[in-house]
Ligand binder design. Structure first.
Ligand SMILES: Cc1cc2nc3c(=O)[nH]c(=O)nc-3n(C[C@H](O)[C@H](O)[C@H](O)COP(=O)(O)OP(=O)(O)OC[C@H]3O[C@@H](n4cnc5c(N)ncnc54)[C@H](O)[C@@H]3O)c2cc1C
Length: 489
């Protein structure tokens, strides 16, 4: 990032035992703390301030809380003991109220001050609620926090029909959660297709068919204009009965704290490649940060940002050069992967296969012989190949470009294959860590590698790698036992 937009580079010499204040106890804030603790276990003095009452939890898994298939303990990322053992002064339910850049202190809402050598702003996003009449009624919910998920889950006990405002990733996950609770659910999307930010028309049409098969109705090109206690009204006058409404219409970066302190802000808090803001000694990471014009809303790039910021705070060289976003939809029964651009540039090519008999849709977006983007519905093996091709930038084989191409079986020996795409952990790294640490449970592997701590869809594969490692051990033992005893001459 250039000096022109006011971002300072290396403006302060790092101290060996800096006082670090992290504002925001979301996933990005925690990941910065982890990066610092891993590097300087005894030296850094860390304070974390968070508005929410709970220590950091896995926000990505909130739909499980809504569906009542997980409780808060299941999605907690670190036990309370970890903060204490790591020397972190964790202040939950405590918002930062102001930053005094001249005195290098953060003021919290109860009047305490927190001096810092390094300040990390990780204030994330808040839900955007369009100005719909009736949006403050008690049966209207947002979907961002544990409090939201628990409130929706409780309301679902009493409700019969739900409308979800928004047919994006979050809206559809909320809708699926409500469906699993036995409600009749309609998702209403203003754009002309579902997941319009990620999907082309063909992919969105296939998704809508699949959702319909699960019992979820979706209306696109329609807006909710009024919410009443027992129904919603759409543009055009049509009404839908609804005794529960969830608004999932996008998010806005929480930049006010930084902006009020005089830190440069556009859509997000402006940061350079080290995640430094325009103020010396202040970093910003996560959904509140704007890097090279992009405000990211998915975990994988934010995890990278947080690791870089953690290193940079301690004066280690590190850089974030931006990242492609890729995501999966976490709805049981639908396998959807999307990554990179959904349409080819002027010199690119697109290969599209749509097969409603098999409920399969694939779009490969090519730049030359390399894959730039892809949408893959209900072809999990192909999706894994695509993840690899997008990550490595390797050439796409001619066979894969054939309309009926079969992705083939996974290469189980491919050490470079990404198993956890949220945290970019490879199979090789997992196999080595499991073997070296003799790790026998998923939580232990998660602690050592971070795998499974994002969307959790790789948990099955991690379990398999653990099982393989222990059965490999058994085989060795058996083989040893079968060895004939050596007879000394
Ligand atoms: C339901 C749901 C499903 C998702 N699914 C996926 C998925 O499948 N894949 C994926 O990649 N991503 C997914 N995401 C997005 C992912 O969870 C976010 O990108 C990530 O959690 C953002 O982390 P963050 O720390 O930047 O921000 P946040 O999680 O917003 O955390 C910021 C924290 O800072 C606190 N805060 C704000 N202001 C202050 C202040 N002044 N003082 C103190 N604290 C403050 C906030 O209360 C909040 O706790 C999902 C999100 C949701 C809500």
């Amino acid at each position: 990032m250039s000096a022109a937009n006011g971002v300072h580079r290396g403006a302060r010499a790092p101290r060996s035992n800096p006082r670090v204040v992290i504002v925001g106890t979301g996933m990005a804030g925690l990941r910065v703390a982890e990066a610092i603790v891993e590097r300087a276990p005894r030296h850094a003095r860390l304070t974390m301030l968070g508005t929410e009452p709970d220590p950091t939890y896995n926000r990505i898994l909130l739909s499980k809380v809504l569906a009542r298939t997980a409780d808060l303990g299941d999605i907690e990322l670190k036990p309370a003991s970890w903060y204490a053992e790591s020397g972190i002064d964790l202040r939950t339910a405590t918002s930062a109220a102001g930053i005094d850049l001249d005195r290098s202190v953060v003021h919290d809402e109860i009047g305490e001050t927190h001096p810092y050598d390094a300040l990390v702003v990780a204030t994330g996003s808040r839900p955007f609620v369009p100005p719909i009449e009736g949006r403050d009624l008690p049966h209207v919910f947002r979907f961002r926090t544990t409090a939201d998920a628990l409130a929706i889950a409780a309301a679902a006990d009493r409700a019969e029909r739900a409308v979800v405002v928004g047919g994006g990733l979050l809206g559809l996950e909320a809708a699926a959660g409500l469906l699993s609770r036995g409600l009749e659910v309609t998702a209403v999307e203003t754009a002309d297709r579902l997941m319009a930010q990620q999907l082309d028309h063909g992919g969105a049409a296939m998704l809508a068919r699949e959702l319909e098969g699960l019992g979820l109705t979706s209306l696109t090109g329609r807006s909710v204009t009024q919410i009443h206690p027992d129904r919603v009204r759409l543009n055009g006058g049509e009404e839908l009965p609804a005794d529960l409404v969830v608004v999932a219409a996008g998010v806005r970066a929480q930049t006010a704290l930084a902006a009020e302190a005089g830190i440069e802000v556009r859509r997000g808090i402006l940061v350079d490649d080290e995640l430094r803001t325009s103020a010396p000694g202040v970093w910003a990471v996560g959904e509140c940060a704007e890097h090279r014009g992009t405000v990211y809303g998915l975990w994988a790039p934010l995890a990278e940002q947080a690791a870089v910021a953690g290193a940079s705070v301690l004066g280690e060289p590190a850089g974030f050069a931006g990242a492609d976003t890729a995501t999966t939809l976490k709805i049981a029964g639908i396998d959807l992967f999307v990554g990179g651009p959904q349409a080819a540039g002027p010199d690119g090519e697109e290969i599209v296969v749509s097969d409603t008999r098999r409920s399969v849709y694939r779009k490969l977006v090519l730049e030359g012989s390399r894959l730039a983007g892809a949408i893959v519905v209900n072809e999990p093996q192909l999706a894994r190949r695509v993840v690899e091709l997008l990550r490595t930038g390797s050439e796409v084989s001619a066979a894969l470009l054939e309309p009926g191409a079969d992705a083939g079986a996974d290469d189980e020996d491919d050490e470079e294959a990404i198993v956890c795409s949220c945290n970019r952990v490879t199979r090789g790294e997992l196999v080595a860590t499991i073997a070296e640490g003799e790790l026998e449970t998923v939580p232990k592997v998660a602690e050592a590698t971070k795998a499974t701590t994002g969307c959790g869809s790789c948990t099955g594969e991690v379990e398999m790698l653990i099982a393989n490692a222990s059965s490999a051990g058994n085989t060795d033992v058996k083989e040893l036992k079968l060895e004939p005893a050596k007879v000394e001459a």
